[in-house]
Design a protein around this ligand. Structure first.
Ligand SMILES: [Zn+2]
Ligand SMILES: [Zn+2]
Length: 255
């Protein structure tokens, strides 16, 4: 615990240099990246409007589209047509390829709190461009909860650290007490898709009635979507009218 705290504090206090190349940070953007790395970041191409499954290969880089809306969604993927997920819409911002896969892993497993915050700021920067297109406007943001034992071990919840700058920039309430995780599920990567679904069925609990509300689930990376799907179903059971998912990074789902 103290170790984590010390590492996180050092991460926040160290002089800011680009998290990817160590160069001088951009003066234009309030991010821990240099201008060059910032403009070279890859973007997702067209995605499924319900689950953000990439429908075509990534296109260009952030530098070319920095002021363009992050919404590049037109149709549904085969998986969503086959089986409707519990959430209504997903917005993903970046493909789960280098450097984002390294950044997400660092935010999750290496105690890099500053990296988690960077992911949140990048996401907020993209969202600001398209928030007016999102109807209805969300009533609140919910970071995917971690089980308390895992949060103690990690020292923080990376999804919450991503959600904090998003909530602040978009002026949407952060509802981090709305739901909790009741079961410490094993790392998702070690399980089959079927085992994951079973494991997650009772993993979340929603603490209050949210009738008529539009809730947005925030997560760091979405692969099969089973985690956010399980949480979305619980939110709907608690009365949510609409559930969206905003995830920093989207990986190709397993076939
Ligand atoms: Zn750089
Ligand atoms: Zn889909």
């Amino acid at each position: 615990m103290v170790d984590h705290w010390l590492k996180n504090t050092l991460n926040l206090c160290l002089p800011q240099s680009c998290l990817l190349c160590g160069g001088a940070v951009s003066q234009e953007y309030d991010l821990a990246l240099c201008d060059h790395c910032m403009h070279e970041l890859p973007l997702l191409g067209e995605t499924c409007q319900q689950c953000a499954n990439p429908l075509e290969t990534q296109r260009e880089t952030l530098g070319d589209f920095i002021h363009e809306s992050a919404l590049m969604q037109t149709r549904h993927c085969e998986q969503c047509i086959r089986e409707q997920p519990g959430f209504d819409q997903t917005i993903a911002f970046f493909p789960y390829v280098a450097p984002f896969n390294y950044l997400v892993q660092a935010a999750k497993f290496d105690g890099k709190l500053a990296t988690a915050r960077l992911l949140g700021k990048l996401m907020a920067m993209q969202l600001v461009n398209c928030i007016d297109l999102l109807k209805p406007r969300p009533d609140g943001l919910l970071a995917v909860p971690l089980h308390p034992s895992r949060q103690r071990e990690r020292g923080y919840n990376q999804a919450l650290e991503i959600a904090i700058p998003v909530a602040k920039r978009l002026q949407i309430p952060l509802l981090n007490d709305l739901a909790g995780r009741t079961a410490a599920t094993p790392p998702q990567t070690s399980l089959s898709l079927q085992q994951r679904k079973q494991n997650l069925q009772h993993a979340f609990v929603v603490h209050r009635d949210i009738s008529g509300q539009h809730i947005v689930i925030i997560d760091d990376v979405m692969t099969s979507g089973t985690t956010v799907n399980a949480l979305a179903k619980k939110l709907k059971q608690a009365g949510a009218d609409e559930v969206s998912v905003w995830c920093f990074s989207r990986a190709e789902p397993p076939r």
